[in-house]
Design a protein around this ligand. Structure first.
Ligand code: GDP
Ligand code: IMO
Ligand code: MG
Length: 434
């Protein structure tokens, strides 16, 4: 009875939401354990689109418990907005549970995120401007305010006062920006707390009980391996741990409890924000993939940068997170571009001419590699292929593409995506099986 971590193996936006929604049909608990409102997970179910940011993608199943763990930096204003959006779509939130240990995002975090990005100018990270970096900074500086603190006015007000004073000084003296009034923030955050109070629970007990009882638990990753604060393309990363280890810390379960790690690998690569991208495409092929794959940010609406599939990067993700299974969406998108030949990066050529499968640690070194490609013929697409349930029934080109990913990484591709709808997927192995 497995506990399964679902994580992005690239730069985010791989399709985590879609696969979590798919697997949630068999799960009793879905946990978001890292990141915050920077995430944007799109789910298509029964012709309806759902954009999720902080609420786990299992929420569309009335019987599934959806947990926001303490590893998340929680923006209560955005969460309440999202809850109202879901309720307006008829989604029942009775099964939402939130950890009091989650650190809270305040408007000063958002303003500091903006201010720092603007100050950096051409060197900006390209953040989602959701205050994620500043909120995690406060957490690690041990001055953060947690959701549980908001439930007790006497606990909350002195902490908030100290933070507003400190942040106002920073905003004024370093960035020349106006600050915030304690009373105004206190009033709105105490109201948010009352709205969220009924959903708060001891999520560590809840998740561990579920695992110990042999119930299926899914950990829904946010962002992706290359955005990890330690293993990503630092400093062009987020402030959390999108790798599999982030799920166990952010949910409060032991590593021995995790049975499988499902890495999501989009059939090409995308990235939002700044930073090096060895296989990036600047031509019509990139435009065609962006167009056919609807590659525009779920959170910020920014056009995503597009490139060929980079297996050097995926191999790195497989190693660091012990990925046991891969899911590969967007096999339909590549075919729909009409491009004759597809490229897959299978090595990095270094300036001295040698070729490596190792992902470089330094950013400068990454900027100097040139991708070594294997070329494969593209395949034809027609809409009936979105209904196919076996890899063997897809065109030979798609089968070869999937086999190359498996051979290179040594990890089986257990699920394929052939369209954005929940039903448009091919299972090759039962993820919740033994
Ligand atoms: P996430 O952040 O990893 O959950 O991914 P996003 O939701 O930001 O971006 C993935 C996009 O790909 C969404 O628009 C999904 O609807 C879409 N998608 C996922 N799988 C497939 C697939 O197999 N085919 C197609 N055409 N779209 C897919
Ligand atoms: P999902 O869960 C793609 C990127 C931002 C920026 C960097 C830092 O939908 O895959 P941040 O706001 O986190 O400080 O920004 O990380 N980023 C994402 N890119 N998908 C995401 O989430 C992302 N969350 C953050 O674009 O480059
Ligand atoms: Mg996304």
């Amino acid at each position: 009875m497995p506990a399964v971590v679902v994580m992005g193996a690239q730069w985010g936006d791989e399709g985590k939401g879609k696969f979590v929604d798919l697997l949630a049909a068999q799960a009793e608990v879905v946990v978001r354990a890292t990141g915050g409102a920077n995430a944007g997970h799109t789910v298509w179910a029964n012709g309806q689109q759902y954009k999720l940011h902080q609420v786990p993608s299992g929420i569309l199943y009335p019987g599934t418990l959806c947990v926001i763990g303490h590893g998340v930096v929680l923006d209560p204003a955005k969460l309440i907005e999202e809850m109202e959006y879901l309720q307006a779509k008829g989604v029942d939130l009775a099964n939402l549970r939130i950890s009091g240990g989650a650190h809270v995002v305040f408007p000063y975090h958002l303003r500091l995120d903006e201010a720092e990005e603007d100050r950096k100018g051409a060197n900006k990270i390209g953040t989602t401007r959701r205050g994620i970096g500043p909120a995690y900074m406060d957490k690690f500086a041990r001055v953060g305010i947690r959701l549980v603190d908001l439930l007790d006015k006497d606990e909350f007000l002195p902490k908030l006062t100290a933070q507003v004073e400190a942040k106002n000084q920073l905003l004024d003296r370093v960035y020349g920006m106006t600050g915030f009034k304690v009373e105004e923030l206190a009033e709105s955050y105490l109201t948010y707390a009352e709205r969220l109070r009924p959903y708060m629970a001891n999520t560590v007990e809840l998740v561990n009980d579920a695992i110990d009882d042999g119930r299926n638990v899914l950990f829904e990753g946010a962002q992706g391996h290359l955005l990890d604060i330690d293993f990503g393309t630092y400093p062009y990363v987020t402030a959390s741990h999108p790798i599999a280890a982030g799920a166990i810390i952010g949910a409060g379960v032991g590593p021995t409890k995790i049975n499988k790690v499902l890495g999501i690998v989009k059939a090409y690569t995308s990235r939002v924000g700044e930073g090096p991208f060895p296989t990036e495409l600047f031509d019509q092929t990139g435009d065609a993939i962006r167009d056919k794959g609807h590659e525009y940010g779920t959170t910020t609406g920014r056009p995503r940068r597009i490139g060929w599939l980079d297996l050097v990067m995926v191999r790195f993700a497989c190693r660091v997170s012990g990925i046991t299974d891969l899911a590969v969406p967007h096999l339909d998108t590549l075919a729909k571009t009409g491009v004759d030949t597809l490229k897959i990066c299978v090595g990095y050529r270094l300036p001295d001419g040698t070729v490596t499968k190792e992902f470089p640690v330094g950013l400068k070194a990454l900027g100097q590699v040139s991708p070594v490609y294997e070329e494969l013929p593209n395949w034809e697409w027609n809409d009936s292929l979105a209904k196919v349930k076996r890899l063997a029934d897809l065109p030979e080109g798609a089968q070869r593409y999937v086999r190359l990913i498996e051979t290179y990484t040594g990890v089986p591709v257990s699920i394929l995506g052939v369209g954005s709808e929940r039903t448009e997927a091919i299972y090759r192995t039962e993820i919740f099986g033994a």
